[in-house]
Design a protein around this ligand. Structure first.
Ligand code: BYC
Length: 472
């Protein structure tokens, strides 16, 4: 039985019987999905020290407690309304925002919300086996924190589907639990969410780069004229920040440890011989998840994106920092690849909105990579990590039929296939990573050999706190 206490919310759930009934119907299916497809082996006998959002004010969204994962209180929260909020871009610029879904945009909005919603359970499915190879209890707890919040983000989208899309919305909410990451017959909608995440380097790169796509997409949806969508995604962004923290500091801690091991081994030694993760392997995983996440921004030239913008459904990240918001007659100078050469052409800006968002995304990623490189620098290493060219390893958009190296130089398919494992993780790399992660570390304050401890623990607790405890 759903109650306001069980589902923390600020949408007056108990005052909306129709919605409450719809969610009551969906909730047991969600819990069943969580048990079947969520963290394997951590459902019934473990208590996890997690953060639960119980309101949107600064104290309320970070309430810490021990819970069994299936008993996590997945809540529904909208950021506070902005008084007299107006449409910030597109053809309806300046008009009041919508509290209901306009009939003519119903399909487009449903599609955006379903696509966003689909990624959330997908990521939980991708990460479900990682707990059994965790590098520490601190990391295990962070994994579960990310997982329960992705679950909450699914609830956020299901709330919108149930509230504003009637029967269609309810059907879509069911299907969100039926598609499965990597399933041949019913895969998740977007490609990156069907890729396996087998090891912790993948997990940290995913939370660094793919969750950052979550950030850029949520920023653009938070500009939406549909006010409940805007308010929902605005609140989701507060949680997304933590996921990227997990990714960025996870890779930073691996780099830190790699540098220590290299020093101990006298620099010339192969760091793998002493159980570390070498920098080329880190670079390959960076290449993989960055390029997959570039794909998540859609095609460079997109009539979908133009239409979303014109109709005021999906804006640009930080729309208010742009000078002009209708954007009818401006152009974007875009790179194209034609006859084996790159060239540039002007494209109507509205058609280039995916690329505009990708620009923002690439800049945000580059700043993160620069922070990683400072660690290498501090240790006196000459190696540096770098983002590959955006044409590298693309499967969506205009570069998808072509092949490029990480510098953006064109290659034939044969050349690319021959050299792919110089730039992307090979089966041997994956095998090596799994070999150093076979034993999970469940001893408080102990860390796997390949990763340094964090500088501080969670919620001002010590690093050796028992973040996940087994029930006696
Ligand atoms: N994979 O006009 P185009 C997150 C399809 S992550 C497969 O180029 P559009 C999270 C497209 O559907 C953020 N298919 O692209 C992170 C279309 O199909 P149709 C998730 C793809 O529509 C970590 C065709 O190709 N949120 O939150 O402008 C953990 C041509 O499309 C892909 C959103 O994505 C792909 N990568 O843009 C947990 C926001 N890309 O029409 C969570 C909502 C394109 O030919 N979604 N296609 O059947 C959107 O805004 C847009 O759907 C996209 C695509 C930006 C994804």
């Amino acid at each position: 039985m759903i109650s306001a206490e069980k589902i923390p919310n600020n949408v007056n759930l108990s005052g909306n019987k129709r919605l409450q009934r719809a969610l009551e119907h969906w909730q047991p299916k969600y819990i069943q999905w969580w048990r079947d497809m969520g963290p394997q082996g951590f459902q019934d006998y473990h208590q996890v020290y997690v953060r639960t959002a119980i309101s949107v004010d600064p104290e309320g969204w970070a309430h810490f407690e021990y819970v069994k994962l299936p008993e996590y209180r997945w809540g529904i929260f909208l950021a506070d309304p902005t008084p007299d909020r107006r449409i910030g871009f597109g053809d309806f610029y300046g008009q009041p925002v919508w509290q209901e879904v306009p009939g003519e945009f119903r399909n487009q909005l449903r599609r955006l919300i379903v696509t966003q919603g689909d990624t959330e359970p997908a990521s939980v499915e991708q990460q479900r086996l990682l707990g059994q190879r965790c590098p520490s209890l601190y990391d295990l707890r962070n994994l579960f924190q990310v997982n329960v919040e992705e679950g909450r983000h699914l609830w956020a989208m299901v709330y919108l589907l149930h509230s504003y899309f009637g029967r269609d919305g309810r059907d879509e909410a069911e299907e969100l639990l039926e598609r499965q990451s990597g399933n041949r017959d019913k895969p998740r909608i977007l490609e990156a969410f069907n890729e396996p995440i087998d090891n912790w380097l993948d997990f940290f790169m995913f939370t660094m780069f793919t969750d950052r796509d979550g950030k850029s997409q949520l920023m653009s949806l938070s500009e939406s004229s549909l006010d409940p969508l805007s308010r929902t995604t605005r609140f989701m962004l507060t949680e997304e920040a933590h996921h990227m923290f997990v990714g960025e500091t996870g890779v930073a801690r691996i780099l830190e440890r790699t540098c220590q091991l290299m020093k101990e081994a006298g620099y010339s030694e192969d760091v793998r011989k002493i159980g570390g993760i070498d920098i080329p392997t880190i670079q390959k995983h960076l290449n993989q998840w960055f390029s997959l996440s570039l794909d998540l921004h859609g095609g460079e030239v997109s009539s979908n994106a133009a239409s979303y913008f014109a109709n005021g459904l999906k804006g640009r990240a930080k729309e208010d920092t742009f000078d002009e918001h209708v954007v009818k007659n401006s152009y974007y100078n875009m790179e194209f690849f034609e006859d084996g050469k790159t060239t540039t052409k002007d494209v109507l800006m509205r058609n280039a909105m995916n690329e505009v968002l990708r620009d923002w995304y690439v800049g945000d990623c580059a700043a993160g990579v620069a922070r990683w490189n400072r660690i290498l620098e501090q240790h006196g290493m000459s190696d540096r990590l770098r983002l590959p060219d955006r044409k590298f390893n693309r499967h969506i958009g205009m570069y998808s039929g072509f092949h490029f190296d990480p510098n953006g130089a064109p290659l034939t398919k044969e050349e690319f296939d021959r050299r792919a494992f110089e730039w992307l993780p090979s089966p041997a790399d994956s095998e090596y990573l799994l070999s150093i992660m076979t034993e999970p570390i469940y001893e408080p304050g102990t860390f796997a050999n390949y990763i340094a401890p964090p500088r501080r623990g969670v919620n001002q607790l010590p690093v050796n706190f028992e973040y996940v405890r087994t029930e006696q």
